[in-house]
Each structure stands twice: as structure tokens, then as C-alpha cells.
Design a protein around this ligand. Structure first.
Ligand code: UDX
Length: 432
């Protein structure tokens, strides 16, 4: 099929590349000339395992085109995916829809024959109605249909999530479009994904409800982990025992630092704001946001405790600073609040992250980046395992730290407490 993807951010690029890989001809459009130029030179601006290779292959096969020419791309395509950003408005926690609405206005100029306009950007419920209205002010209703088809891609797993999703949510009541899109997604449906058709508004809300629910699961287990720590119970056993009940499921019950990233923090806030708009108090989601905020300071205080409140001139090494492994994304990562607080107490911070140096810490003279794990750990007083990168999973700490009485705070429970005890390492796990 002929596809146009508008917006070459995270969602747009993964969507464009993966649909091209399925044999479609995809035009990825962006207003950023520089970005398009770079993409045409084979440089992919986001860190996502496997994406560069796939993009290069499809580009070479001429099934993937990067362009700034919206007119040509819209005219040429049958299906238009809207994948532009929907950032949070800081003051109100609402979603800034100006890019989505601009796309609606821009494409209206070029719709001369029937187009399916699919919104993949995460948008509050009823946004599809507004987009339809904008386009309809310029284009006859017969010539377009606005569909919601939210994405559930995880950073670092996006290609696998695209190819093997649990479900594909299609928000439209138009039977002809349901058929066309079933055809588009056929290779994925054949691999076992459930093709779920619903109303456009429901599809929009499913995305927020899913992310808020997953965030709730994480916050729930994180609070329970605090209780387990006090009683001396292993949270992992609780999560496993609970998860064996199929109604609960064991996924997303791993305790750790506050959840971060671009989606959970943003979408939970947006859902509460949507509730307010409709005069509904989503008190559970509200509590989750608060609980997650508290988690950041809770774990920082735990570091103070581990260090007996003596942080002045102590070397603290963070293994990983991103919000999770296999991404270079720092958005809402708990390290962003922990590190400045430790600096205030006089600590000297080193960090090592496989995704490289982070501009967020450039302003601090007492924060240094190391690309080499042993060098980062050498002579440290405390090692904080913050992110669960594979690179940090089998380190011989005694050999690399070369200091007596160093401590380890493993916020991802990557190591066995028993083995650490046996090796006489001062080791602190989480939720045990
Ligand atoms: C999430 C959703 O999973 C995805 O469907 C949606 O499209 C975008 O938001 P992402 O933000 O990439 O994806 O990461 P995810 O793997 O879901 O992790 C989010 C946060 O939760 C991370 O900080 C992670 O460390 C944390 N997490 C996840 C836990 O603390 N415990 C868990 O058990 C799972």
C-alpha cells in the first residue's frame, strides 16, 4: 500500500520503517529539513536497536522515502499516519495539540481523492472529532476518514513490539476501512496479534488507560516493596505469587526506581486532566502520580541511609542513568533528581551509561562521565545500579572497585544478595 507518515520522531520513524519492511511504499515527511537530509544520508536520529539496519535496507530497496514535500506525499498515498509530537503543557498538564491540528490543516489542502487519516500520536479522547472537523472545513466528508490507531511501542523493544504486538486497536466504525486496515496489518495479525475494532473515542482512551494501568501496577509493587523491605520479605516472590493468578499477570510488577520515560509520566497526567475536563476525579491515577514522585525522593533518602548520611566527598558511581535499558532517553529518569540531590550533600558523582554521555549533567562540575565500567567504579565508595543494562549484569566488583568497604545499592536487583554476602560485599538490594 502507499503510505505517508507525518512526523519522523520516535513513533513516526518506527512506524514508517516497519511498514516499509512489510512491503509497503512509505513516505516519511517532516518539516525539519536538516533531519530529512540526515535521514537521506542514512543517519537515524533516535537510538533504537535494529532500526538503522532496517531503515537502510528499506531505503536501498526504494520502499522508504524521506522528504519534506507534504503535498506530493499526501497526494501519492492512500493512508496517512499522523505521528507528530503531543507534548505536555507544563502549566496545565494538558496535551499540546497544536502540531496535530496543524497537520490536519496542512493536509486538508492536498486531499483530492479518498484518504484514510490515521492518528498514531497519543491524543486525548475526542481529539479525532476535532481533527475531523478541521479537515471537513476544507474537504468533502466523502473524501476522508479519521481513524485512531494508537501505538504501544516500548523504547528499546519497538521493532519487536511493532512486529509482534498483543493487539492492534482500530478506532473507526467504517466497515470498508476496517477491511483495508486489516489487510495492511495482515502480516502481523497472521503472527497472532488480535485485531480489535472499536469506536474512535474508545481507541483514543484505550491508549491512556493502558499506560495508566501499567503505571499503577509499577507504583503498586514499588509501595509494596517498601513494606517487604521492612518485614524482610522478597518482593519478587510476592510479584510471582500474585502474577500466577491470570487475572493479575506477573509482568510490570518489577520493583525499581520511579518509572520514567516519555509516556507513563506524561500520559498519567494527561488522563487526570481529561478526567477534570469531564468533571470526573480519577483519584487512583492521581495517587499513582504522587506515589511515583515520592519514589524518587524515597530512593535518594535510602542512599543517604546506606551512606550513614556521610556524603561529603564520597565517590558515588551510577551504573546507568537512562530511565530504562536499551534507550538513550533521559526523559523523567529518576537519576535526574537523585544526582543533583546527592551533589547538594557534597558527593562526587561518576556515571557510566552504554548510551553515552548525557548533556543533562554537563552543568555540574562534580559529575563525570565514564565510558568504561571498571574505570567508573574504581575506588568508588558507593555504586548505584540504576539502569538494568546487560553490561552491568555480571561484574566482578571486588576486582574493579579495588577499595575496602565499598557499598553497592542495586536498584534493579540484578545480583544475588546471597552471593554478595558470600563475597563479603556490602550489598543493598531493593524490596527484600
Ligand atoms: C511504555 C509502554 O510500555 C508502551 O506500551 C507505550 O507505548 C509507551 O510507554 P516505555 O516508556 O518505552 O513504554 O517503557 P516501559 O518498558 O513500559 O517502561 C516504563 C517505565 O516503567 C520504566 O521506567 C521502567 O523501568 C519501569 N518499569 C517497567 C518498572 O519499574 N517495572 C516494571 O515491571 C516495568
Amino acid at each position: 500500500m502507499k503510505i505517508c507518515v507525518i512526523g519522523t520522531g520516535y513513533v513516526g520513524l518506527v512506524t514508517g520503517v516497519c511498514f516499509a519492511d512489510l512491503g509497503n511504499t512509505v513516505r516519511c515527511v517532516d518539516t525539519d529539513v536538516h533531519k530529512i537530509k540526515k535521514l537521506n544520508y542514512g543517519s537515524v536520529p533516535i537510538f533504537e536497536p535494529g532500526l538503522v539496519e532496517l531503515a537502510k535496507k528499506c531505503y536501498k530497496d526504494k520502499r522508504l522515502i524521506f522528504t519534506t514535500d507534504l503535498k506530493k506525499s499526501v497526494s501519492y498515498s492512500d493512508i496517512i499516519f499522523v505521528c507528530v509530537g503531543t507534548p505536555t503543557v507544563k502549566e496545565t498538564n494538558s496535551v499540546n495539540l497544536k502540531y496535530v491540528f496543524k497537520v490536519a490543516r496542512d493536509i486538508s489542502k492536498y486531499i483530492k481523492k479518498f484518504k484514510i487519516i490515521i492518528i498514531k500520536s497519543t491524543i486525548p479522547v475526542t481529539t479525532g472529532d476535532k481533527v475531523e472537523k478541521i479537515i471537513n472545513s476544507k474537504v468533502r466528508r466523502k473524501l476522508f476518514e479519521v481513524v485512531s490507531n494508537p501505538e504501544f511501542l516500548r523504547e528499546g523493544e519497538a521493532i519487536r513490539d511493532f512486529k509482534y504486538p498483543d493487539r492492534i486497536i482500530i478506532g473507526t466504525e467504517n466497515k470498508r476501512i476496517i477491511k483495508i486496515l486489516a489487510n495492511l496489518y495482515d502480516p502481523i495479525i497472521k503472527k497472532g496479534a488480535i485485531y480489535f475494532k472499536t469506536s474512535r473515542r474508545s481507541a483514543e482512551l484505550i491508549k491512556y488507560a493502558s499506560n495508566a494501568f501499567l503505571a499503577t501496577k509499577i507504583s503498586f509493587i514499588n509501595e509494596l516493596a517498601n513494606l517487604c523491605e521492612k518485614i524482610g520479605i522478597n518482593t519478587e516472590d510476592i510479584a510471582l505469587g500474585m502474577g500466577l493468578d491470570k487475572r493479575i499477570g506477573s509482568r510490570f510488577l518489577r520493583t525499581g526506581p520511579a518509572y520514567g520515560g516519555s509516556c507513563f509520566p506524561k500520559d498519567t497526567k494527561a488522563l487526570v486532566t481529561t478526567g477534570e475536563k469531564f468533571k470526573v476525579n480519577l483519584s487512583i491515577v492521581r495517587s499513582v502520580i504522587k506515589s511515583n514522585d515520592n519514589r524518587r525522593s524515597f530512593l535518594t533518602k535510602r542512599i543517604y541511609e546506606i551512606m550513614s548520611n556521610k556524603l561529603k566527598n564520597k565517590i558515588i558511581t551510577f551504573l546507568g542513568v537512562t530511565f530504562k535499558a536499551n534507550t538513550d532517553d533521559m526523559r523523567m529518569s529518576s537519576s535526574l533528581s537523585m544526582i543533583p540531590n546527592l551533589l547538594k550533600k557534597g558527593a562526587i558523582i561518576r556515571y557510566c551509561d552504554p548510551s553515552g554521555k548525557k548533556k543533562e549533567f554537563d552543568k555540574y562540575s562534580k559529575v563525570s562521565f565514564y565510558s568504561n565500567v571498571p574505570k567508573a567504579c574504581m575506588k568508588s565508595d558507593l555504586i548505584v545500579i540504576h539502569t538494568e543494562w546487560n553490561e552491568f549484569k555480571s561484574l566482578e566488583f571486588k576486582k574493579i572497585v579495588k577499595k575496602n568497604n565499598f557499598k553497592i545499592y542495586d536498584m534493579r536487583n540484578l545480583y544475588s544478595s546471597k552471593l554478595m554476602k558470600k563475597n563479603k560485599i556490602n550489598y543493598f538490594s531493593i524490596g527484600k
